[in-house]
Design a protein around this ligand. Structure first.
Ligand code: ZN
Ligand code: ZN
Ligand code: ZN
Length: 438
C-alpha cells in the first residue's frame, strides 16, 4: 500500500501530494477527538477537503475522506510541531496488491487493491419472490416437515419449550427446529469405519437439522427484532447441548440462492458430525500451540490489536466485529466474544443478549451496504469432547459476491477484490448511520 505519512496538527499541515482528483482516504492515527476539527468542508493540504469524523474515542484512529484533491504537487511538511497527529494518505491509485497470510492458518489471500471494489460495484440482485402458501416453513404448513425436536411457544409472557408428539404439529410457535427432510447425515445408522487401500470411509452418521428462526417468512437475522434474534441464540444453544454427543456441531446459515439456500424462509441449519472438521481442527491446533508456547490466545490478541486498526467494524460490551486481515471473501467479517470462551455453551445471560444485538447490528449493516446480499455464516466452536479451553469461539460471515473458480480451486489461495479496510469502513459507517437514526 502506497502511503505518505505526515505529522502535525490539523492546522499546521501543508499541502500534500497531488492525487490528481482521485478520492483519497486520510487516516488520523492516535488522535485525541478534541483535536479534530474536520467537521465541515474546508481547505487543508492545498485541497478542498470535505470530511467527516466518523469514529474516535481516546487515543484511537479515526479518518477523514477527501474529494477532488488537486494542486501542483506538494511542499514538504513542516517539522513536527505537534506530535499528537499522524496522518496517512492512501490514494486508491497508489494502492498495490498484497498477498496476506491468515492470522493462524496456512492460507494466503491476494488482496487485489488495484482493482478494489466498492459496495456499489457489486451487482444489485433482484429480491426473490415470496410464496408463503407453498413455503414448508411458514405457519400452517408444519405437516410438510418432520415433527419438531424443539419448539419455542409463547406462554404467560415467557417462553415454553416443547417437542411435537408423533403425528402432531404444534401451532403458534416462535422458533421451530426439526430434522432435515433430506439430511446430509442421519443418526440412525451405527458408526463403522473402514479402510481399503486409498479408500477410507465411515457411515454417514450424525444429525442434520433445520432451525426456523421466525414464523415470519422474511424475518432474517438482522432484519427483525432483537428479541427474536435472542430466541434464535437460545435455540442454537439448546440444540448444541442436545447434539453434543457428536464430535462436532456446526451451526450455520445460508442466505440467498447463490449462497445455497434452497428455501427463502428465515432459517439456520445444524449439522453434527462424527469427526472434527479440518478447519476447526487447524484453528484449534494453532490456538493450543501458541498458548502452550506462552503466548496469549491468538483470538484475544486479534481482538486487542485489530480494535485500533481500519479493520475494526463494531463493538458492544461483550462482542467485537472486524474484517480479518486476510479476508477470503469481499466484505467478510468476524464476530468474536471479548471474554475468552471456547463454546457458545459458556455464554452468560448478558452475553447472549449482546450477541443478539451484535448479530442484528452487523447483519443489518451488511444488508444495507450491499442490498441484502447472499451470504453464509457459521459458528466456529470447540469440539464437543475433550478439553479445549485454549480455543476462542467466533462467528465468521462470508458474503457471496464473487465466484471462486479455477485459481482458488487449484491452489487453495484466494483473490479478494474488496480490501478488508475498505469493507470495514463501509460496514462501520452504516452501523454509525443506523445508530444516529435511533
Ligand atoms: Zn415461509
Ligand atoms: Zn481468547
Ligand atoms: Zn474460524
Amino acid at each position: 500500500m502506497n502511503r505518505l505519512t505526515l505529522s502535525g496538527s490539523p492546522k499546521s499541515l501543508y499541502s500534500a501530494k497531488c492525487f490528481n482528483r482521485l478520492p483519497i482516504v486520510v487516516m488520523l492515527d492516535s488522535v485525541k477527538p478534541a483535536a479534530l476539527s474536520f467537521n465541515k468542508t474546508e481547505t487543508i493540504l492545498g485541497a478542498r477537503v470535505r470530511s467527516s469524523v466518523l469514529w474516535g474515542r481516546g487515543p484511537v484512529w479515526s479518518k477523514i475522506r477527501a474529494w477532488g484533491v488537486r494542486g501542483p504537487g506538494f511542499k514538504s511538511p513542516r517539522p513536527h510541531q505537534e506530535s499528537d497527529l499522524h496522518i496517512i494518505f492512501e490514494g486508491r491509485k497508489h494502492m498495490s496488491n498484497e498477498i496476506r497470510k491468515d492470522y493462524l492458518l496456512n492460507r494466503w489471500v491476494i488482496i487485489a487493491s488495484e482493482r478494489a471494489k466498492r459496495p456499489t460495484d457489486f451487482p444489485h440482485r433482484p429480491q426473490e419472490k415470496i410464496d408463503t402458501e407453498s413455503c414448508p416453513f411458514c405457519p400452517g404448513n408444519e405437516q410438510m416437515t418432520p415433527p419438531a425436536v424443539l419448539l419455542y411457544l409463547p406462554s404467560d409472557g415467557g417462553i415454553r419449550k416443547e417437542k411435537d408428539a408423533d403425528g402432531d404439529r404444534a401451532q403458534n410457535w416462535l422458533v421451530r427446529c426439526f430434522s432435515n427432510l433430506y439430511p446430509a447425515l442421519s443418526p440412525r445408522k451405527p458408526i463403522s469405519l473402514a479402510r481399503n487401500g486409498l479408500h477410507e470411509r465411515m457411515d454417514g452418521v450424525g444429525a442434520h437439522e433445520v432451525l426456523v428462526e421466525s414464523p415470519r417468512h422474511d424475518e432474517h437475522l438482522g432484519l427483525g427484532k432483537r428479541e427474536q434474534t435472542l430466541l434464535v441464540v437460545h435455540a442454537y444453544i439448546d440444540r448444541l447441548k442436545a447434539l453434543s454427543r457428536w464430535e462436532y456441531v456446526c451451526i450455520f446459515r445460508n442466505h440467498g440462492k447463490e449462497a445455497g439456500a434452497s428455501l427463502s424462509h428465515a432459517h439456520s441449519q445444524i449439522i453434527a458430525t462424527p469427526m472434527v472438521p479440518s478447519l476447526i481442527s487447524d484453528e484449534l491446533t494453532a490456538c493450543t500451540t501458541q498458548t502452550k508456547e506462552g503466548d496469549k490466545c491468538p483470538y484475544c490478541r486479534i481482538i486487542e490489536s485489530e480494535r485500533n486498526t481500519p479493520r475494526f467494524i463494531y463493538e458492544n460490551p461483550s462482542f467485537i466485529a472486524l474484517a480479518p486481515w486476510a479476508s477470503v471473501y469481499p466484505f467478510e467479517f468476524w464476530l468474536l466474544p471479548k471474554r475468552h470462551q471456547h463454546t457458545l455453551l459458556q455464554l452468560r445471560e448478558k452475553e447472549k443478549r449482546d450477541l443478539a444485538q451484535a448479530i442484528n447490528d452487523c447483519m443489518s449493516s451488511l444488508a444495507n451496504v450491499l442490498s441484502a446480499p447472499p451470504y453464509s455464516f457459521g459458528f466456529h466452536i470447540s469440539p464437543s469432547r475433550g478439553r479445549h479451553e485454549y480455543y476462542h469461539w467466533h462467528l465468521e460471515v462470508y458474503p457471496k459476491l464473487t465466484i471462486q473458480a479455477g485459481f482458488e480451486n487449484n491452489t487453495g489461495m484466494f483473490i479478494n477484490v474488496a480490501p478488508p479496510e475498505l469493507a470495514a469502513e463501509s460496514l462501520r459507517e452504516s452501523i454509525e448511520e443506523a445508530k444516529k437514526k435511533i
